[in-house]
Design a protein around this ligand. Structure first.
Ligand SMILES: [Zn+2]
Length: 228
């Protein structure tokens, strides 16, 4: 029995990871973190999608303590979210978020005897978040394996894909329309194509348009990177 835990926010990236995990593992457990995030609708979206796609279990974990400590435009209503990518670390960065989430997901994986923790972090369409970097994920994976005395493998299937290739990956599993319609990536909390104005919406729609305009080319580069 191959089991995996997916760190699941209900956004495009983690939903695409979930779709792939359901194809690759016998049993997939989703974990979603409630940290009092600005777009709280994402928790409901995650709940609906986990059931709809067929996850074996879905845990929503209260990590309100993160909100108390980490000041960011995603944890405070009075800090506006950016409309364009900025140089340096954007104000949507929640310090420690992935350190905490991946650690908690690994504890969950230990409990349910999952061999892998899957996260949709990505270095290619880099938002400037240091905790999305491959080097960080590998270092934390090593620390956790040492600290638990059990092999838990962190998988980052989107790490080297750009957004267009992530759309191609969803399409590979015949789920492009579902991901487009039902996921929530927008910093302003609007499902599907979103507000169209925030940095997350720009990145998402730019990738989708690039994929739709060059499907064969993007699918070929996905195949080259992933073998799919
Ligand atoms: Zn938006």
């Amino acid at each position: 029995m191959k089991r995996a835990v997916v760190v699941f926010s209900g956004g495009q990236d983690s939903t695409t990871c979930l779709i792939q995990a359901l194809d690759q593992y016998d049993e997939v457990h989703c974990i979603t973190f409630d940290y009092g995030q600005r777009h709280r609708a994402e928790i409901d979206v995650a709940r609906d999608l986990a059931i709809k796609l067929g996850a074996s279990a879905h845990k929503v974990l209260d990590v309100g303590l993160l909100n108390e400590l980490a000041i960011s435009s995603l944890t405070r209503d009075n800090i506006p979210v950016p409309t364009e990518s900025e140089d340096g670390i954007p104000n949507t960065f929640v310090p420690g978020r992935n350190i905490l989430f991946l650690t908690l997901a690994a504890i969950y994986a230990y409990q349910v005897q999952a061999e892998a923790v899957i996260t949709g972090v990505c270095e290619t369409d880099f938002s400037g978040y240091p905790d999305c970097r491959d080097e960080f994920v590998k270092a934390l994976n090593k620390a956790i394996t040492l600290g638990m005395a059990r092999d838990v493998r962190f998988e980052t299937p989107l790490m080297w894909l750009n957004k267009a290739e992530t759309w191609a990956l969803a399409d590979h599993y015949q789920k492009l329309d579902l991901v487009r319609r039902e996921t929530l990536t927008c910093y302003n909390g609007i499902q599907g194509d979103g507000c169209g104005e925030c940095a997350a919406c720009h990145l998402r729609s730019h990738g989708l348009n690039e994929y739709l305009a060059n499907q064969a080319v993007v699918s070929a580069s996905l195949k080259e990177k992933t073998g799919l």
